[in-house]
Structures are given as structure tokens and as C-alpha cells.
Write a protein that binds this ligand. Structure first.
Ligand SMILES: [Zn+2]
Length: 286
């Protein structure tokens, strides 16, 4: 293969040895690749395209929710944080939490309000500066460069981050090192085995390199459990949530409204069957 067009990801990011196989779902970057062992899907994008696509996150607003979705975002974050507390068996005041890829700090602000002792790590200089202006302690760079001492944190979170990485095992291994024994790691990522992904196929936003700024590696409930185990974590709980068939603006308003009703009806069965759009894994350091 021409070196300029070399794939950014060459083997299964979960660490399987089987060669990746092309499937018949074709993105602008080429057909998706699938790992026959864990079902992980991988983009064929090149490094230049990847670097260009992630530049969109280097903004001062980062992933701060707009006023229309701020309440929902806070409710969602609170639910996740409460679940982590239940797993740790501690009150928030006794939990040191690190959010890796914290962007402008929305999740950390919710955690701080609940009483957690919080810190963040964020590669984007502009987004991390916004978080610091809000009074948050945030390191600009990647987690490995922050050089936290061993066993520094009770809990860590990777929210919508691992789908952007070529080698997520490096990050998970570093998370394990900085967690205390029994520490909890929460990973959230879009579910490539969701009904939404199945129905929308190549039009699914989760697969879009440009819309989602660098999505290149697509997990399912099985591949999350496998990577967790390979990096020294026990999977305590996985869950999937939500069914979405169209993003607003992708179809006429009436179709969007009808699709929304159908989606609401499908939410419960999707959760029961692990086919929801958002995949969450609560892991414990072994
Ligand atoms: Zn694999």
C-alpha cells in the first residue's frame, strides 16, 4: 500500500491477533474493517485525515452542552456518578475522580457540585483553558504525559474518548496504574452493535469521521469486555441506552417526530437486549 495512504489503524485495537476483514459497509474512508474475534469495527482512514478531523475539538467551548441540553447532560452525568459511588461504597467527598478527555469540563462541574474531589486531563489547549477558567484543575495533554503517581485516584472516566484512539490499550493500562486498588473506571462510547447503527448503516453519525471529529474505532459490548480484561480490569456492569434513528436536520420535521416516538417505544427492549445507542462499561481494577 502507498505509504501516504497507509491506514491509521492496522490491527484490532482491542489486541486480537486475527487480521481485520473488510465488511460491506462502505464509509468515505473505504469499507469498514471487522475483527473476527471480538467484532470490533475499524475505519480505514489515513493518519492525515485523522489528524485533520480531530482538530475540530480544539475550541474554547469544547463539548460544553448548549443551554437547551444542559439540564439533560447534568441529569445523565449525575446518574453515572451515582452508579460509580455505589460501586465504590464511598461518599463523593472521599472520592478522587479523574476525567480523561474532559474537554471544557461539563462532566467535572457536575461531579464537583456533588462533592467529588475532581481533576481533568484534556489534549485540546483551548477546551482545557475554558475548564481552568471555571476553577477546575486540568492538565493539558495526554494522560501518559501528566505522570500522576501510582494509585492516585479512586475513580476515572473516559467519556466518548476511546472511539478516537488508535491504541486504547495504552490508555487503559495507564488508567489502571493511576487507580487505587479496587478503583472504578467508567467507559462510555457509541455502541456499534446498536439498532441505531444497524438501521442507519453508513449514515450513522457514530461512524462519521468528520461529523464526530475522529471516530475511528467502534466498540460493542463484547469488545469492551475483552479489552477491559486484557488491561487488568473486571467488568462489573455493561449497559446500553437509547435508540435514535435520525439526527435533527437529517430528515423532515414530521419524519423526525414520528421516528422519535418509535425510538421511545424501543428504548426498553433495546436496553434489555444490549442494543441501545450509548454503551457504558463500569470496570473495576483487578
Ligand atoms: Zn478484536
Amino acid at each position: 500500500m502507498d505509504s501516504a495512504r497507509r491506514r491509521y489503524i492496522e490491527s484490532c485495537p482491542v489486541g486480537c491477533s486475527a487480521p481485520l476483514e473488510e465488511i460491506d459497509l462502505v464509509l468515505p474512508e473505504g469499507p469498514l474493517l471487522r475483527c473476527p474475534e471480538c467484532g470490533q469495527l475499524v475505519s480505514q482512514c489515513g493518519e492525515t485525515e485523522y489528524v485533520r478531523s480531530i482538530a475540530r475539538w480544539n475550541t474554547s467551548t469544547g463539548t460544553l452542552p448548549g443551554s437547551e441540553s444542559a439540564a439533560r447532560h447534568e441529569q445523565l452525568s449525575t446518574r453515572r456518578l451515582r452508579k460509580m459511588l455505589a460501586l465504590l461504597g464511598k461518599p463523593p467527598q472521599e472520592v478522587q475522580l479523574l476525567d480523561v478527555g474532559c474537554s471544557s469540563g461539563a462532566f467535572l462541574m457536575t461531579a464537583r457540585k456533588m462533592g467529588f474531589d475532581v481533576q481533568g486531563v484534556e489534549a485540546s489547549a483551548r477546551a482545557s483553558e475554558t475548564a481552568r477558567l471555571a476553577g477546575l484543575k486540568v492538565f493539558t495533554g495526554v494522560l501518559e504525559s501528566a505522570r500522576f503517581p501510582d494509585a492516585s485516584f479512586d475513580a476515572a472516566t473516559l467519556i466518548e474518548l476511546i472511539e478516537h484512539l488508535r491504541d486504547p490499550r495504552v490508555l487503559l493500562t495507564e488508567c489502571r496504574r493511576i487507580l487505587k486498588p479496587g478503583g472504578v473506571l467508567l467507559i462510555s462510547t457509541p455502541n456499534a452493535a446498536s439498532w441505531t447503527a444497524r438501521v442507519m448503516g453508513r449514515r450513522w453519525h457514530g461512524f462519521s469521521l468528520s461529523v464526530m471529529g475522529g471516530h475511528i474505532s467502534f466498540f460493542n459490548a463484547r469488545s469492551i469486555v475483552v479489552i477491559a480484561q486484557r488491561c487488568g480490569f473486571e467488568t462489573v456492569l455493561t449497559e446500553t441506552r437509547n435508540v435514535r434513528f435520525f439526527e435533527r436536520g437529517q430528515c423532515p420535521a414530521a419524519v423526525h417526530a414520528a421516528a422519535k416516538i418509535v425510538s421511545e417505544l424501543l428504548n426498553w427492549p433495546a436496553r434489555l437486549l444490549g442494543r441501545g445507542h450509548d454503551l457504558l462499561a463500569y470496570l473495576r481494577k483487578l
